[in-house]
Design a protein around this ligand. Structure first.
Ligand code: SPV
Ligand code: MN
Length: 629
C-alpha cells in the first residue's frame, strides 16, 4: 500500500496524509490511487493557500473561466450532463435485502463494473483529496468525510460549500466511521466528460462509500451534496435521527423573536428563495440533520454554502441574491450564458443577449441542438455556488454546534390545483401523513427527464432515499412522538393557478405565509378549521400583507386562493392511498389518517358542494386545537 502512495503523493502531500493516523483512510486512498492511476495526488489540509490553489487549478485547467467581476468564474458541464442522473444511481445493498420499489438496487454482479470503469480513469489527471465536516465543526450532529476527485471544479465547489474536515480527521484518530466519495470525470473532450453514456453513481451503504464517474454536473459529483445525503439518510435511520432535504431559516417575529423553520421542497420549487426572504435570516438552503435535544427538535445545516438555481432570479424578487451575484466575491456560475464582455445571463436577468458562450459552445439566438430543439441561452438548471458568509442575511447560529430548535416544518411542491397557499396540519401525525408523506410535485429541470409531470415525492426526498419508504415514513412518525412539543407542520403552495392557468400568487407572497406560520407556531393568531387543516383568517392576512409587503389584499383574492377544492383533494387522497397500498409494511395509521381526511372532505361536500369558500368553516381561536387526526 505504502509503495503506491509514496510514488504518487510527493513531499508535503504524503506527510499530510500520514499525519492522519487512520488505516481505513489510508487503505481507501491507496486502493483508488492504484486503480485510477492519476499522475499525482494533492492532499488538502485546509490552509487558505490550499483553497486558493483549487481555484487557480480550475482556471488553469479550463474547468472554470474568470468573469468580468472579481472572484467570479464560470463552469460548463457537458450538453447531456446538466442535472442529477437518477437512472444512473445504483445502490449496493446487502444480498437478499429488499429495499422496495423506490430504491434502484444494483443487480447481482453489477458491482464488478466499478473497478472496470475506474481502471486508469485518472491517467493524465491530478487527484485531489479533501476532508470535510458535514455539519458544524466540533458538533455531535456532524459527520466526517473524505472526497477524492480529479476535478478541480469539484474541489473548488466543495470548499465553498462544506466546512473544513482535516482537523476533524485528526480528532477522529483511527475510527473507520467516515463517509468516502470517489469522483472521476473520465476521459475529457474539450473540458467535458466524453463518456456520459458510462455515467454511473454507485452507493455502497455497507462501506459508507460512493463512486461517481464520467460526469461533471455538481449534483452527480460533489460528493457531499446528494450523494452524502443518501448515506446520511441510511445512517440517521440506524441511529434514530433524520436527514432531510430541507432549508433552515430564522423567521423574525414580533418583539425581535427569531424562530427556526425547516422547509422541504423538491428541486426548483422555491426552497432557496424562501430561505432567502428579505427580512429573515438563512441558516441553510438544502440539507439538514435533525436530532432530539432536551425534548425538542434541533437542526443543523449540513453545508456552509449554496449551490443554488439561477433561473428566474431577478432584482425585484431576490434582492439579496441579486446583489451578491453582481458584486466582487467568490462565486462559481455554472451553465449560464457568458457574453463577450465577461458578464453572465440567465432567464429573468434582463434582456436576452443575441449571442454568447454557453453549455453548447458558441451560442446565438435560435440555435438548435442535434435533436432539433432550440437551445436556451442559459440552462434552466444553471446554478451559482457561493459561501453563505458572502450574503448579508446569514443567521448568526449557522455554526452553532448545538444546532437550533425547530418551531415549524414546511412542505411544498409544484401543485397547480389542489393545496391552498398555506395551511397548518392538525398535529404531528396528520402533518407527516397528509403534508410530508403526501407531497407531490410537477417535475423540473433539476433532474434529467421530462418536465411538468405530477410525481409523488414524499418529504421532497424520494430521489435520495437509501432506506425502504415504509421505514422512512415510520421514522418520521416516531420522531415527533418522542418530542415534548413537536414542531408544527405546514404546507405551502406557490404554484396554484386559476382556470386560465395564471398563477394566483406573486413570488413575494411567501413572505406573508412565513409570518403567518410563525404566529401560528406561537399560538398568536386564530385560524379556520377545514377538512384538510387550519387556514388563515382573511383579516390576519390582510394585516400581514400591508405590514410585510405594503400590499392590498382584496378579499376576492383570498377567497379564490383559499377555497377548498374538494374534488382535487379527494383525487389526491385516492392517488396517495393507491401508492401506499402497494408498499408493504406501511404503518396502519397512515391509511387511517388519509381515510379520515377523505371522510371529512365528503361530509363537507355534502353540505357545501365541490368548491367551498373559507367563510363556511369555523374559526378556531389562537391556542385552541380541536380536530384530532
Ligand atoms: C437539488 O437539485 O435539489 C439540488 C442540487 O440541491 S443537486 O446537487 O443537483 O441535488
Ligand atoms: Mn436540493
Amino acid at each position: 500500500m505504502k509503495n503506491v502512495l509514496e510514488e504518487k503523493l510527493r513531499g508535503k502531500n504524503y506527510e499530510r496524509l500520514f499525519s492522519l493516523n487512520n488505516p481505513t483512510l489510508h487503505r481507501f486512498i491507496a486502493k483508488y490511487v492504484e486503480l485510477c492511476n492519476p499522475d499525482d495526488v494533492f492532499v488538502c489540509a485546509d490552509s487558505p493557500e490550499d483553497f486558493h490553489y483549487f481555484r487557480e487549478q480550475a482556471v488553469a485547467h479550463g474547468e472554470e473561466r474568470k468573469l468580468a467581476i472579481k472572484g467570479h468564474t464560470v463552469h460548463f458541464d457537458g450538453y447531456y450532463d446538466q442535472g442529477r442522473d437518477e437512472k444512473s444511481v445504483r445502490f449496493l445493498v446487502p444480498k437478499g435485502a429488499n429495499y422496495g420499489a423506490y430504491i434502484n438496487a444494483a443487480a447481482e454482479g453489477e458491482e464488478s463494473e466499478i473497478p472496470n470503469l475506474l481502471r486508469n480513469i485518472m491517467q493524465g489527471h491530478r487527484m485531489y483529496i479533501c476532508f470535510f465536516c458535514l455539519g458544524p465543526n466540533n458538533s455531535e450532529f456532524s459527520l466526517p468525510s473524505v472526497q477524492i476527485t480529479d476535478s478541480s471544479y469539484v474541489a473548488h465547489s466543495s470548499v465553498l460549500l462544506y466546512r473544513p474536515g482535516y482537523k476533524e480527521f485528526k480528532r477522529l484518530g483511527d475510527s473507520p466511521m467516515f463517509f468516502k466519495f470517489l469522483h472521476a470525470e473520465g476521459e475529457l473532450e474539450g473540458r467535458v466528460s466524453r463518456n456520459v453514456h458510462l455515467r454511473r453513481i454507485y452507493i455502497d451503504l455497507k462501506n459508507d462509500a460512493v463512486y461517481s464517474m464520467n460526469t461533471q454536473y455538481g449534483g452527480n459529483t460533489i460528493g457531499h451534496k446528494k450523494l452524502a445525503m443518501r448515506l446520511a439518510i441510511h445512517q440517521a435511520s440506524e441511529e434514530h435521527w433524520l436527514t432531510e432535504h430541507m432549508f433552515l431559516m430564522g423567521v423574525h417575529g414580533p418583539k425581535k423573536r427569531v424562530s427556526y423553520f425547516t422547509g422541504a421542497f423538491p428541486s426548483l420549487c422555491g426552497k432557496t428563495s424562501t430561505s432567502m426572504m428579505k427580512g429573515e435570516t438563512i441558516v441553510g438552503d438544502d440539507i439538514v440533520y435533525l436530532k432530539k435535544k432536551s425534548g425538542e427538535m434541533h437542526a443543523v445545516n449540513v453545508e456552509k454554502g449554496i449551490f443554488g438555481i439561477l433561473d428566474g432570479i431577478n432584482p425585484k424578487d431576490d434582492p439579496i441574491l441579486w446583489k451578491v451575484l453582481h458584486s466582487p466575491s467568490e462565486v462559481i456560475f455554472s451553465n449560464v450564458l457568458v457574453t463577450e464582455d465577461g458578464k453572465v445571463y440567465w432567464r429573468g436577468a434582463g434582456d436576452v443577449p443575441k449571442k454568447g458562450f454557453n453549455y453548447s459552445g458558441e451560442w446565438f439566438l435560435g440555435k438548435k441542438d442535434a435533436e432539433g430543439n432550440e437551445i436556451l441561452p442559459a440552462h434552466k438548471n444553471a446554478r451559482f455556488t457561493l459561501d453563505l458568509k458572502s450574503l448579508g442575511n446569514v443567521d448568526p447560529e449557522l455554526d452553532n454546534p448545538e444546532g437550533v430548535p425547530v418551531s415549524g416544518i414546511i412542505y411544498g411542491g409544484r401543485d397547480s390545483d389542489t393545496w391552498v397557499p398555506v395551511e397548518e396540519s392538525f398535529d404531528w401525525v396528520h402533518g407527516v401523513v397528509t403534508k410530508g408523506a403526501s407531497l407531490e410535485s410537477e417535475t423540473t429541470a433539476a433532474a434529467l427527464g421530462k418536465e411538468g409531470i405530477r410525481k409523488f415525492n414524499p418529504m421532497a426526498n424520494l430521489s435520495f432515499l437509501s432506506i425502504p419508504l415504509d421505514r422512512y415514513v415510520k421514522n418520521h412518525l416516531n420522531f415527533g412522538r418522542d418530542l415534548e412539543s413537536p414542531p408544527r407542520i405546514f404546507s405551502v403552495n406557490y404554484f396554484l393557478k386559476d382556470a386560465k392557468g395564471k398563477f394566483l400568487n406573486e413570488k413575494d407572497d411567501k413572505a406573508v405565509w412565513l409570518k403567518w406560520m410563525d404566529l401560528r407556531a406561537h399560538d398568536e393568531v386564530g385560524a379556520m378549521e377545514t377538512p384538510t387543516g387550519m387556514i388563515p383568517e382573511y383579516d390576519d392576512l390582510k394585516k400581514l400583507f400591508k405590514k410585510v409587503l405594503k400590499k392590498n389584499y382584496p378579499k376576492k383574492e383570498y377567497v379564490e386562493q383559499f377555497k377548498l377544492r374538494v374534488p382535487e383533494h379527494l383525487a389526491k387522497v385516492d392517488r396517495i392511498l393507491e401508492i401506499y397500498r402497494k408498499i408493504p409494511n406501511i404503518p396502519k395509521v397512515l391509511y387511517e389518517v388519509l381515510e379520515k381526511q377523505r371522510g371529512r372532505l365528503m361530509a363537507a361536500r355534502e353540505k357545501f358542494g365541490d368548491y367551498i369558500e373559507p367563510a363556511k368553516f369555523h374559526v378556531v381561536q389562537a391556542g385552541e386545537r380541536r380536530v384530532k387526526s
